[in-house]
Design a protein around this ligand. Structure first.
Ligand SMILES: Cc1cc2nc3c(=O)[nH]c(=O)nc-3n(C[C@H](O)[C@H](O)[C@H](O)COP(=O)(O)OP(=O)(O)OC[C@H]3O[C@@H](n4cnc5c(N)ncnc54)[C@H](O)[C@@H]3O)c2cc1C
Length: 601
């Protein structure tokens, strides 16, 4: 294994200096999280990850769980991990103190999540899912259920899951058929099957609390007839005894990556004895689940950059140790070989990796801060941050997932043939990251959400707020002449984004929605690259200001200079790719829409 998987200096810089995360401590709700507390918690999370997560990464991959005699045995490290997670307060980190949480701002919890996911991304799934499910219960369920389920979930004794997907309903949740029949007293009897349920069953916890989407008998068709239920694996009787609740594991999936986290095929109510408890009101389940999904989408983006971070440091370490060939202007065979880090193509791959990791994380931190504002502000200001979050959520889910794959792939390439072999972790990172553009809504679905809903919502109000945010940072960058070239490029790109968007909306206004959304995926790539360019300019502005006013020396000086260099790399190598994307998006030729006279693909 490589020795380094994350840069704490980068996390602290991004949080404290670029995004001023400590400003959240001015609000009563987050008052405990000043800069010292943030730094302390980042250091503690690294120590935690070095102990409970990183050492087991490879072994969890090599020893995947199996379903045997109805039991899923997970890796021996999972139980102590969950206990330690609970003890450190990590599972309930974001929840209110009155329910045993730490009221931690998301702007900090994403940094802790980044460290832990970089250390062992699959293992993080267990606690992440429990935290998400618990937050859903806290926000929408009645008090009785909060008291019944939350303490043991935060204690790491009970696993939480999100249970949406069915064989015929993956991206299309409106086709869910799992049925719930009312049996009185807020209870329902559930029947149906669900697939791909992460953490859906295993032996290291006492109970599993499923949050299940199902349709109450007679409910309207489509998304308007979906309700949300708490469905425990074991019902808890009045005296505290457990009764099996007829949720049966029918199979376990054998996956490309994240092998340590079981994804289960589950049967609900095979013996007509599966009780579910309604969360909130009937038929509003999907809107409640969206809270969990939106949180989860930011965390997926976070996980994408975190794996790419671990891969980057493994590649960098290798490139600094592997001698091969000589520099092109100095081919004397009597001279020793040079290290591969000195070859321009290897340097390009490393800079690409770094630019995706640090640019992507900065976008995650921006969204996390918006998320925090939605929790402490009211009225118009709250609406502003809600809309900013709405428009950026599909982007922050997708850019680090898709470009994380590119980043890790380049990282694997840096190792040459060794990258393809199990002696180095790159092949593992490469397999693990491949799931990110698939779950929590595929890239195709996220892209249609961005262009089809978010860009047009409230007559483009979210876009206007976003442009205002970007322009604010452009104005700050104008203070420094060295950045003026990049300011100009970003200003131009914003204009092109506007033209492309107006052209596509023109198609939508003519009613051809299929044509409007046919290249939404390319629009996402275009939009995401510009969003990350914004984050790079913002980071470079902060670095420049520190270089000019704080006279950093040694490693610190290198760090800030590298920030500006990597920003230049992103603008020189990645931003120009938007030209081709814009050209295609403005082109009227139609090649992918199914017609009566079908062309074979
Ligand atoms: C490891 C793993 C863990 C998972 N964990 C969970 C979990 O915990 N809980 C849970 O509920 N689910 C989970 N899932 C399921 C996951 O969310 C779905 O696999 C995902 O939403 C895609 O659904 P699908 O597989 O049915 O693909 P499909 O919906 O069949 O999509 C196939 C392809 O068609 C495209 N497509 C589909 N519809 C459209 C459309 N209308 N327009 C354009 N393109 C479209 C998609 O983008 C995709 O490229 C998990 C999946 C995996 C693999």
């Amino acid at each position: 294994m490589a020795s380094k998987y994350v840069s704490l200096q980068n996390l602290k810089f991004t949080l404290n200096r670029v995004h001023q995360a400590h400003e959240m401590s001015h609000y009563e709700y987050f008052k405990d999280y000043d800069e010292d507390a943030i730094n302390m918690m980042i250091d503690a999370a690294k120590q935690f990850s070095d102990t409970y997560l990183f050492p087991f990464y490879e072994d969890m991959d090599r020893n995947e769980p199996e379903l045997e005699d109805g039991v899923v045995k997970v890796h021996h490290s999972v139980k102590p991990l969950l206990e330690a997670m609970a003890e450190g307060g990590y599972i309930g980190a974001g929840a209110p103190a009155e329910y045993g949480g730490m009221q931690m701002p998301s702007a900090l919890s994403v940094a802790l999540g980044f460290i832990m996911s970089a250390a062992n991304n699959g293992a993080m799934g267990f606690s992440g899912l429990t935290a998400g499910a618990a937050n859903l219960i806290l926000t929408f369920a009645k008090e009785e259920y909060k008291e019944k389920y939350i303490p043991n979930m935060f204690a790491g004794k009970w696993q939480g899951t999100m249970v949406l997907t069915e064989p015929q309903a993956g991206s299309s949740l409106s086709d869910i058929t799992t049925t719930a029949k009312p049996i009185g007293d807020g209870k329902y009897r559930l029947t149906g099957q669900k697939i791909f349920i992460s953490g859906g069953d295993y032996d290291a916890v006492e109970n599993i609390i499923h949050l299940v989407l199902a349709r109450v008998e007679g409910a309207p068709k489509g998304t308007k007839g979906i309700s949300l239920f708490i469905v425990p694996k074991y019902r808890i009787e009045e005296n505290g005894d457990f009764t099996f609740n007829d949720v049966t594991p029918a199979g376990i999936y054998h996956k490309l990556g994240q092998k340590g986290t079981p994804a289960m095929h589950l049967m609900f109510g095979e013996n007509d004895d599966c009780e579910g408890y309604l969360v909130g009101e009937e038929n509003k389940g999907l809107s409640y689940m969206f809270q969990l999904m939106n949180e989860a989408r930011i965390l997926v983006g976070l996980g994408g950059c975190a794996i790419a971070s671990a891969a980057y440091y493994a590649s960098l370490e290798y490139a600094n140790e592997r001698p091969q060939g000589r520099r092109l202007n100095d081919k004397d065979p009597d001279q020793p070989q040079t290290l591969i880090v000195n070859h321009p193509d290897v340097k390009r791959m490393l800079l690409l990796q770094k630019s995706i990791v640090e640019g992507g994380f900065s976008l995650v931190a921006e969204c996390a801060k918006y998320w925090d504002y939605t929790r402490v502000l009211e009225g118009e200001e709250k609406e502003k941050y809600e809309l900013l979050l709405e428009i950026l959520t599909p982007v922050v889910k997708t850019y680090p997932s898709e470009m994380g794959i590119v980043s890790v792939s380049n990282g694997l390439q840096v190792l040459g043939g060794s990258g393809f072999c199990k002696d180095f972790p790159l092949e593992n990172y490469y397999r693990d990251i491949r799931i990110y553009p698939l779950y929590e809504g595929t890239t195709g679905i996220q892209s249609m959400d961005l262009l089809g809903r978010k860009v047009t919502m409230k007559q483009g109000k979210a876009v206007k707020y976003l442009f205002a945010e970007v322009n604010k940072d452009i104005e700050a960058a104008k203070t420094y002449p060295e950045l003026s070239k990049y300011v100009k490029i970003l200003e131009e790109k914003l204009q092109v984004l506007q033209s492309v968007t107006m052209k596509l909306i023109g198609i939508a206004m003519k009613g051809n929605i299929e044509l409007f959304l046919s290249d939404a995926n390319l629009y996402m790539e275009f939009f995401g690259t510009i969003a990350v360019a914004w984050q790079w300019l913002k980071q470079a502005t902060t670095a420049k200001q520190i270089l000019l006013t704080e006279n950093p020396q040694g490693e610190d000086l290198k760090f800030y200079e590298s920030k500006i260099h990597t920003m230049k790399f992103f603008f020189a190598y990645e931003v120009p790719k938007t030209l081709g994307l814009a050209q295609r998006l403005m082109d009227d030729e139609v090649l992918t829409i199914a017609t009566e006279r079908e062309v074979a693909v």
